[in-house]
Design a protein around this ligand. Structure first.
Ligand SMILES: NC(=O)c1ccc[n+]([C@@H]2O[C@H](COP(=O)([O-])OP(=O)(O)OC[C@H]3O[C@@H](n4cnc5c(N)ncnc54)[C@H](OP(=O)(O)O)[C@@H]3O)[C@@H](O)[C@H]2O)c1
Length: 438
């Protein structure tokens, strides 16, 4: 009996003293912030033991490197991490390759993985999740969407009891920074240059401004909220680069502003999804998000609308989400798993639209535009023309009553061929609370 008690006590002590060893793979903005947050938090039982990066001497000399405990092993050899006794590999390099191969090797070696890599989780999340389950280890990616805003853990745990049919959000901080600054009259090129100087936008900004970053995040959110697996390449995207300062003046007359919105709705088994600049009513929570803030609105059949909002990017907000995942893995917390089904994606929505034309003004233009719209069955709701623009380069706006995306696109294609059109018309969906996919 005494021996049994002694054994139990030893097991308890061993459990209390068990240390979860953590390796950081990638020591950039987020990786160095994770090291700082782990160091500041003094989380019992969690120890940073390894850091992998190329050119580690450069990383050691960086501000982040100087606060790393002396006991940490720095390496440029990923196999050193994979062969080691670390329990959690934290992948913070980004991109599909070589991250995917290394994560697969880590899972196969029985290590849990935490990552903030949205592209990897959007494209390979389902198969990586299966591999983790087979191996009996964890794969967590709470920082992959909306950085420091706990939208993924919130939906995984807090909303899994609802039937989510719709979600929309602002999930790209770069676009939100650009569009919310343009709201005050600045032009796209100036604001983009400022965003690049401040480090909010890459030298090649296309992943952000053309919507590819946001659609990866939309696919992850759709999988978690609606249990729908989507092919990211099949999600329709539209660039924000064709939005001009004048569009904000017209949007204001319509009690709206413009945001890059990522939206998905499930209807009769298909998912309607789109990432595009859209007119957002000033009364909508999405109009209130400024700068690099993120916001996601999730609509459930039983629980109604739930809004998540906060700092979507930045080293430290994102590191908080990563460290929260590390702690959850260290404490062996489970997540709710519900079956996910592959779904067809369509970019079709039934919504009112905003059309902005820039014309060399001549008689008969309005009737030509209304003729093209009526030919496809779209009705004009309003016509707006602000004073003060030259007649040879006149921007004016038509809004339509709700119609299908494909209908309005057919009309825009024929209007674009009119001689008086100086540039391709800008066509934006107007977001309404009650619009529905067809
Ligand atoms: N930054 C944010 O606000 C944010 C928010 C949410 C999610 N995320 C995600 O977090 C991840 C990391 O982002 P980040 O902003 O920290 O990126 P980052 O600053 O570019 O850091 C990436 C780090 O990984 C290293 N690295 C990249 N490829 C490598 C390779 N093949 N071999 C060795 N080292 C390699 C880089 O080394 P070098 O310095 O030599 O290039 C760099 O130190 C990404 O998946 C990103 O999408 C970031």
């Amino acid at each position: 009996m005494a021996t049994k008690r002694k054994k139990q006590a030893t097991a308890k002590t061993a459990k209390a003293e068990a240390v979860t060893k953590v390796a950081l793979v990638g020591f950039g903005t987020v990786g160095s912030s994770v090291a700082r947050v782990l160091g500041a938090g003094k989380f019992p039982g969690v120890e940073l033991t390894h850091i992998f990066n190329r050119d580690v001497e450069r990383k050691k000399r960086s501000d982040g490197g100087k606060v790393v405990p002396a006991s940490v092993i720095w390496t440029e050899n990923i196999d050193e991490i994979l062969r080691s006794d670390v329990d959690i590999v934290v992948e913070l390099m980004g991109g599909l390759n070589p991250a995917e191969g290394w994560i697969r090797k880590a899972l196969a070696a029985g290590k849990s993985v935490v990552t903030a890599n949205k592209q990897l989780i959007a494209y390979r999340g389902v198969s990586l999740g299966k591999l983790a389950a087979q191996q009996g280890v964890h794969l967590r990616f709470g920082a992959a969407v909306a950085g420091g805003v706990p939208v993924i853990p919130g939906m995984l745990q807090g909303l899994c009891g609802d039937k989510v049919t719709r979600l929309s959000g602002i999930v790209n901080g770069t676009c939100n920074y650009i569009l919310s600054r343009m709201e005050t009259g600045a032009d796209y090129a100036t604001v983009l240059a400022d965003a690049q100087k401040l480090g909010y936008a890459e030298a090649d900004p296309s992943a952000d401004v053309d919507g590819y970053d946001a659609r990866a995040k939309l696919c992850i959110l759709s999988r978690i909220a609606m249990h729908a697996e989507l092919d990211p390449d099949a999600v329709a995207t539209q660039t924000i680069a064709t939005v001009e300062a004048v569009d904000f003046s017209y949007a204001k007359e319509l009690n709206c502003t413009i945001r890059q919105v990522s939206r998905a709705q499930i209807n009769s088994g298909a998912v309607h999804a789109r990432v595009a600049p859209m007119l957002v009513p000033l009364a909508s929570p999405m109009a209130w998000s400024h700068g690099t803030q993120n916001m996601v609105v999730v609509s459930g059949t039983f629980g109604g609308d739930v809004v998540f909002s906060g700092h979507g990017a930045g080293g430290e907000p994102t590191a908080v989400a990563v460290v929260s995942d590390i702690l959850a893995v260290a404490q062996n917390c489970g997540v709710v798993r519900l079956p996910v089904r592959r779904r067809q994606v369509t970019g079709e929505f039934f919504a009112p639209h905003y059309l902005r034309f820039v014309v060399d003004d001549k008689p008969g233009i309005v009737s030509a535009i209304s003729g093209a719209l009526s030919k496809v069955g779209a009705n004009i709701d309003s016509l707006l023309q602000r004073r003060g623009y030259p007649k040879h380069r006149l921007p004016f706006v038509v809004t339509t009553e709700p119609c299908l995306t494909s209908t309005i696109e057919r009309a825009v294609a024929s209007i674009a061929r009119l001689d008086c059109m100086l540039e391709r018309p800008l066509c934006l969906q107007i977001l309404e609370v009650e619009d529905r996919p067809e």
